[in-house]
Design a protein around this ligand. Structure first.
Ligand code: PLP
Length: 420
């Protein structure tokens, strides 16, 4: 059966035919058959260079041979024990070695769980209820943070089913705006448990913090006794070995991981300073738990992924990212177009916007319809990216120079077609 027919059936079985909303693009999404390295092949027989990469986790590409070997071996030894394992110590130690804020680690199963628990921890530690997030950041699909949210929620905003009482303590401010944050903190600072932020906003495309912005936030949070949470679900183990906090040299109190940490399998983690982390049950009064938390397959895949992610890996990958963005900028200029190429390290996005994009409001001014045309042209030209202006594109270590040449050519060709 082909993707078109499968989608008709899947819509009968599953709401919208998908297990996560952003996957459901029109007229129908391609159904995956298999994937290897930098490529994904659909059930209809077409192969694409993949820059969606499972929405970020696959920094080593699909079916990384060492990870496949490790999880095959682990599966034979059992996939769930319900008791601690030595490998959890190994992976937590690796995180502690790499990540500046990490004295201790609690594993869970997804980024959503990680941010939910990190916020609870901050509230438990400070005894305060209010939290601050930034417009357009996405911290998962739980109730507290689905306020002016990015990712799929930027396309399908304002979820029903969330009581106002749940979000009345969630305050949001524009990203990269020191004045707006200062004003809010001066008014509410002593009631605020935490500021949670994506250091690089990867759920409204790709937006970097302005120079000095992170230092400004760090100082403000220290002054008011507010816990600073870096949500590194995307940036963790992507920008550098120690994540965005190492890359930018600003250390939060707590951070959250998921995606890359699981080596392609589901995982989440909260890492942070000991005096805060010790509050998690069973040591402390902040409850946090999960049947599958620290599950042997994900932990083993995570260890095997991190073993391959050393400094030289990031130097090479980030260099490739820089080159690709430069090439895209040149091509766009040669075509006489005025579009924004945003990105950092191995993250990038093109905004269909004539003005620079530094926050959510500016990102939302981009022409999403044109982006959709571009997305479909790219598919025709053999490149798969996330089907939304408000997602980020990624590179992996499996992308060869030839892949990247093909990608930049496909982007140029697609832009020519949609603007002709
Ligand atoms: N935080 C950020 C920054 C994310 O990008 C995501 C997912 O894309 C999440 C949290 C939620 O992670 P998960 O989808 O694993 O629940």
């Amino acid at each position: 059966m082909y993707s078109e027919e499968l989608f008709k059936i899947s819509k009968e079985n599953m709401p919208g035919g998908v297990s996560s909303p952003v996957r459901a693009y029109k007229p129908y999404p391609f159904f995956a058959k298999q994937a290897s390295g930098s490529k994904i092949t659909d059930i209809d027989g077409k192969t694409y260079i993949d820059h969606c990469l499972g929405y970020g986790p696959l920094i080593l590409g699909h079916a990384n041979p060492k990870i496949v070997e490790a999880i095959t071996d682990q599966a034979q030894k059992g996939t769930l024990y319900g008791v601690p394992t030595e490998n959890e110590i190994k992976l937590s130690q690796e995180i502690i070695n790499r990540v500046p804020c990490a004295d201790m680690v609690r594993f869970c199963n997804s980024g959503t769980e990680a941010t939910m628990s990190a916020i609870r921890l901050a509230r438990g530690y400070t005894g305060r209820d209010k939290i601050v997030k930034f417009e357009g950041t996405y911290h998962g699909a739980h109730d507290y943070v689905l306020v002016k949210s990015g990712s799929g929620a930027a396309t399908h905003p304002d979820s029903k089913g969330i009581p106002e009482s749940t979000t009345q303590n969630t305050l949001s401010v524009p990203f990269n705006d020191e004045e707006a944050l200062k004003e809010l903190i001066e008014e509410e600072g002593n009631n605020i448990a935490c500021i949670i932020m994506e250091v690089v906003m990867g759920n409204v495309g790709c937006i970097k913090p302005k120079k000095g912005y992170l230092d400004f936030i760090r100082k403000l949070t220290i002054d008011y006794g507010i816990i600073l949470i870096f949500d590194e679900v995307i940036t963790g183990f992507r920008l550098s070995s120690g994540g965005a906090q190492e890359y930018f040299g600003v250390t939060p109190d707590i951070c959250t991981f998921a995606k890359i940490l699981g080596g392609g399998l589901p995982i989440g983690a909260i890492a942070g300073k000991q005096k805060i982390m010790e509050l998690f049950a069973p040591n402390g009064p902040v409850y946090q738990a999960g049947t599958f938390s620290g599950n042997p397959l994900s932990i083993r895949a995570g260890i095997t992924a991190l073993e391959q992610l050393d400094k030289s890996f990031y130097d090479t990958l980030n260099k490739k990212g820089n080159l690709l963005r430069l090439r895209l900028k040149d091509n766009i200029e040669d075509l006489g177009l005025n579009l924004q190429v945003n990105g950092i390290g191995s993250m990038f996005q093109i905004y269909f916007n004539p003005e620079p994009v530094t926050n959510y409001t500016e990102a939302k001014k981009s022409d999403s319809d044109l982006f959709t045309d571009y997305f479909h042209e790219l598919l025709k030209n053999g490149v798969f990216i996330a089907p939304s202006q408000f997602e980020c594109c990624f590179l992996s270590g499996a992308h060869s120079d030839e892949d990247l040449e093909k990608t930049s050519y496909a982007i140029e060709k697609s832009l020519k077609t949609i603007y002709q």
